[in-house]
Design a protein around this ligand. Structure first.
Ligand SMILES: *[C@@H]1O[C@H](CO)[C@@H](O)[C@H](O)[C@H]1NC(C)=O
Ligand SMILES: *[C@@H]1O[C@H](CO)[C@@H](O)[C@H](O)[C@H]1NC(C)=O
Length: 333
């Protein structure tokens, strides 16, 4: 009676173990894994899409401008540029939309763009405005912006910027304003609050497992204003799905730097993104484990469990026999 009971327990335990191991093996077989490969980047002449979605909680849309410059000093503003500016009230609700088709171009054309040496021209335009005096438009604009600043209006900038695949930078700042107007609005560069929240900054579509390091970045200024610089290294990446579909995209790494400004600085606060492309591309390939391998493992698991339960069963049997009949010393001999 007891023998059969112990046998039943052992076989039930054995079956449970078998089922568990089988399911585990099956899941292992069905999940794909990824293989990373590296190679030198051979692509040429393609464009690099920059996806931006960020909020400036303390700057009205009227003063913000997006500016993109590549290494050749060329403004990539004629390309497929789709940037929107959303006006946000002080609670963060959207109260208006504005399509930004003409990025700041007019002012910069005559000047060479070194990294951050491009602020010099403000002085010239400053003097010019002095001479010409203010026209009605500028005055209205100042009134409007001051009103917006007072009511705590913010701005969300989002969209896609298509640039050449060479190193360059884009920045979001008040550089689009005439310097004199800016001076009237902010009463000094130190009052330009370039606090920002980056919801999304990426260089192409997402694939499973991609992590964009700037997403969710919050930089709120507590003290003096200044210039934020994000140095971005872009790694061209291709993701090959198991279905042979190929997704060209980019990963990136970033380091950041903040330089506070003082009263005498000639520059205006801004948020710069300076990007550079890595010469090495990464290919990530989804792969499935081999079916024969799966069968082999299955056989090993099932056969092994089977043998083990058989052995256990025999041992239990002998143990019980020994306990119930202690006199007969047949036990393990
Ligand atoms: C931008 O980010 C905000 C906040 O996460 C989100 O609500 C909004 O839908 C995003 N906009 C776009 C166009 O993705
Ligand atoms: C800048 O704006 C943010 C968001 O509105 C605010 O929290 C912060 O106190 C402001 N900083 C300064 C120095 O005014």
């Amino acid at each position: 009676m007891q023998k059969t009971q112990s046998g039943a327990i052992v076989s039930v335990v054995g079956l449970v173990i078998m089922a568990t191991l089988f399911l585990h093996e099956l899941r292992y077989y069905l999940t794909t894994y990824t293989v990373h490969q590296m190679a030198v980047d051979l692509k040429r002449g393609e464009t690099l899409p920059i996806h931006i979605n960020m909020t400036f909680p303390s700057l009205p849309c009227d003063v913000l401008s997006v500016d993109a410059i590549d290494m050749s000093g060329k403004h990539e503003v004629d390309l497929d540029t789709n940037i929107w500016k959303l006006r946000l009230n002080s609670d963060g609700y959207i109260i208006g939309t504005e399509y930004l088709s003409d990025l700041v171009e007019k002012e910069h054309t005559a000047h060479t763009h070194g990294d951050d040496k491009d602020h010099g021209h403000h002085e010239e335009s400053d003097e010019k405005t002095h001479l010409h005096g203010f026209d009605q438009d500028a005055e209205n604009m100042i009134k409007k912006v001051k009103q917006a600043l007072f009511s705590g209006e913010g701005c969300r900038v989002y969209g896609v910027l298509d640039v050449q695949r060479v190193a360059g930078n884009f920045h979001i700042s008040v550089h689009g304003l005439n310097i004199f107007v800016a001076q009237m609005i902010f009463e000094g560069a130190t009052h330009v609050n370039v606090s920002h929240i980056i919801h999304d900054l990426s260089f192409g579509p997402k694939y499973p497992g991609l992590h964009n390091p700037l997403d969710g970045t919050v930089r709120i200024l507590r003290g003096a204003s200044g210039t934020f610089k994000y140095y971005i290294k872009i790694v061209p990446t291709e993701y090959k799905y198991i279905s042979k579909e190929v997704l060209p995209t980019n990963q990136f790494s970033v380091t950041e730097y903040f330089s506070p400004m003082n009263e005498y600085d000639r520059t205006w606060p801004a948020v710069y993104f300076l990007y550079d492309l890595s010469p090495i591309t990464v290919t990530i390939k989804e792969e499935r484990r081999s079916f024969l391998h799966f069968i082999t493992r299955l056989c090993a698991v099932l056969g092994g469990t089977f043998a083990l339960t058989g052995m256990l069963d025999r041992w239990m049997y002998r143990l019980l026999e020994m306990l119930t009949k202690p006199n007969t010393r047949s036990g393990f001999r």
